[in-house]
Design a protein around this ligand. Structure first.
Ligand SMILES: NC(=O)c1ccc[n+]([C@@H]2O[C@H](COP(=O)([O-])OP(=O)(O)OC[C@H]3O[C@@H](n4cnc5c(N)ncnc54)[C@H](OP(=O)(O)O)[C@@H]3O)[C@@H](O)[C@H]2O)c1
Length: 229
């Protein structure tokens, strides 16, 4: 397996941090995205392997464009984009939720991965095996919407899943593959202490989608297995 150039957003803590650690340990070059570069530098310094901290506030178009230019100049290509950064705010359902709050969630969980993908696709096309991994959630699965609550978060992930399907289809004539995944319920700042998984387990499917010899495109995974939308 040859070393890949892999960008992970929200790499400074939680699942993203563990994805960076796993990929670097496998010998890949990891660009650890962090909106606070100092935090990214601290975390990267603690990891084994080639982990390069990069400044990336995913909701900031300027950061995305600067990073795309930096990657182009330094590597000429990107092999994998892992859209991991995300926020979970509020628990209200569609009837009561503040739409401005929904917009803030959509900006980070949906528009940012979309913008980043658009910016990186030319670089991913320069790779012999370009991949996009969208960190979604079972909370965005179609059937789980019937449970109500968490409207902003759920619908941001349902939208991300829909984006995955359409983008994968549009890129089917290229070498770039696009998939979504759910990490399960993971002990992080977002998942809380009551979650039933450690970060190692939550990060595993992302590491697999980034590095497996062959993967399909336009699918949704948990525990390396396809799940329904
Ligand atoms: N934990 C779970 O049980 C669970 C379950 C299903 C799906 N997920 C998904 O997995 C992903 C990671 O979750 P997590 O549990 O690791 O969350 P977390 O511990 O809260 O970490 C979130 C990461 O995203 C970054 N981030 C948030 N907003 C950002 C922005 N605007 N620009 C750049 N980075 C930003 C954070 O950076 P800062 O440190 O700067 O805030 C942090 O690095 C998310 O997409 C989440 O929706 C998690």
């Amino acid at each position: 397996m040859s070393a890949k150039i892999i960008l992970v957003t929200g790499g400074n803590r939680g699942i993203g941090r563990e994805i960076c650690r796993q990929l670097a340990a496998l010998g890949h070059t990891v660009l650890l995205g962090s909106r606070d570069l100092k935090k990214g530098e601290q975390v990267a310094a603690e990891m084994e392997g080639e982990v390069l901290p990069v400044k990336l506030e995913v909701a900031k178009e300027e950061d995305i464009n600067n990073l795309a230019t930096h990657i182009k100049d330094k590597f000429g290509k990107l092999d994998v984009l892992i859209n991991n950064a995300g926020i979970l705010v509020g628990q209200k359902g569609t009837v009561d939720v503040d739409i401005d709050e929904v917009k803030r969630i959509m900006e980070v969980n949906f528009y940012a991965p979309w913008r980043l993908s658009q910016a990186m696709i030319p670089l991913l096309k320069n790779s012999p095996d370009g991949r996009i991994v969208n960190m979604s959630s079972g909370m965005g699965e179609w059937d789980s919407l019937r449970l109500g609550n968490y409207a902003g978060y759920r619908l941001s992930k349902t939208s991300l899943n829909a984006l995955t399907v359409q983008m994968a289809s549009e890129l089917s004539g290229t070498k770039v593959k696009v998939n979504a995944m759910c990490p399960g319920w993971v002990k992080t700042d977002m998942g809380g202490a009551g979650a039933d998984r450690q970060v190692e387990e939550g990060a595993d499917t992302a590491t697999w989608l980034a590095t497996a010899d062959t993967i399909p495109s336009g699918k949704f995974f948990r525990d390396r297995k396809e799940i329904s939308w």
